[in-house]
Design a protein around this ligand. Sequence first.
Ligand code: FEO
Length: 399
Amino acid sequence: MRVPVPVTEDIYWVGINDFESDIFEAIWPIPEGISYNSYLIVDEKVALIDTVKSCFMDLFFKRLAQALPEGKKVDYLIINHMEPDHSGAIETARKYYPDLKIVGNKKTLEMLNSFYGVTDNTVTIGDGDTLDLGKHKLQFTLTPMVHWPETMMTYDTTTKTLFSGDAFGGFGALRGGIFDDEVDLSFYENEILRYFSNIVGKYSTMVQKAIAKLAHLEVQNVCATHGPVFRSNPKYIIDVYDKWSRYEAEKGVVVVYASMYRNTQRMAEQVARTLAEENIEIVKMHNVSRSHLSYIINDIWRYKGVVLGSCTYNTKLFPLMDSAVCALNPALMQKRVVGLFGSYSWSGGALKSLKKHAEDGKWEIVEPMIEAKSAPTIENLQDCEMLGKKVAQRVIAEV
Ligand code: FEO
């Protein structure tokens, strides 16, 4: 790919596409890859906004060199976010550009020291401060916990471009198209939701605060650290983040279950069958032993109904279900309609644990809760039908 890619007046995309990593943050699968977006503003003073993961530095610095006009160097490195997928090239950038000044807020600079031992040639900015590059004036907005405490956004008042950090970003490497009008948005919307729900969603309250704080800005381009640049319809990406961080959901039900010998699975299938009969067209089923948590969280974030069912394992909740509900609780289950069922053979455990999670998280539970001994009886399956019916009714009533 020929880089730099012009974004708007004097601003260039100089990022990297990662088609090689299997997982992000050592947890989340990225079969479709991910981009680490970095942007260069070439003005009287040159500013680079965020860098890339350290293992991609060689190509990154080649691209930067291609993007810089002869005789220019990078004067400022603005750190919107210190997570190493964006800060990984800082130390090397200081070697390439010895006069480089690193710009960040107080928390950024603390992390700059703790991650990389860098304390010199820094510029501390506060909320609302500006940096004058010549033609372009940059304004900083602190947006803590979207995704880390130091996260902030940088707004170019000249081109009305918002460099938003992780906010408004998504999984999925860029496949030639960099801009929203060049890509298959349905593909990216799925990957953006998976990124949002896996990475940023737990901080939804802070996402809402950030969106409110930015409301006065006229934004013509949204340049996030991951995923496409939104230049044709920047409102689209802000609106979907707004919707998701308010826990708005679509019509559909996610059935998540754990089953060792298909007995609990039969209960899950009965619930799913009834949901379909009750006009829930989208029923997602996840066997926790086979579906990665990333996709379970993604579906729960999209759909209104959630049914969790688990076998008991050594008197406790099946370990993979336990891990799933710990990850879900409490932030990810808000404004959801929830059904529960379980099974055991000689000692209860699964349903009791699910109920405890439900109480702790204040989940909105739909009765009946069902518990089968060893294998579901006809009565248990009839109760599963009832559960499917009730969940369907509540979902339809609420979306
Ligand atoms: Fe893309 Fe929170 O780092």
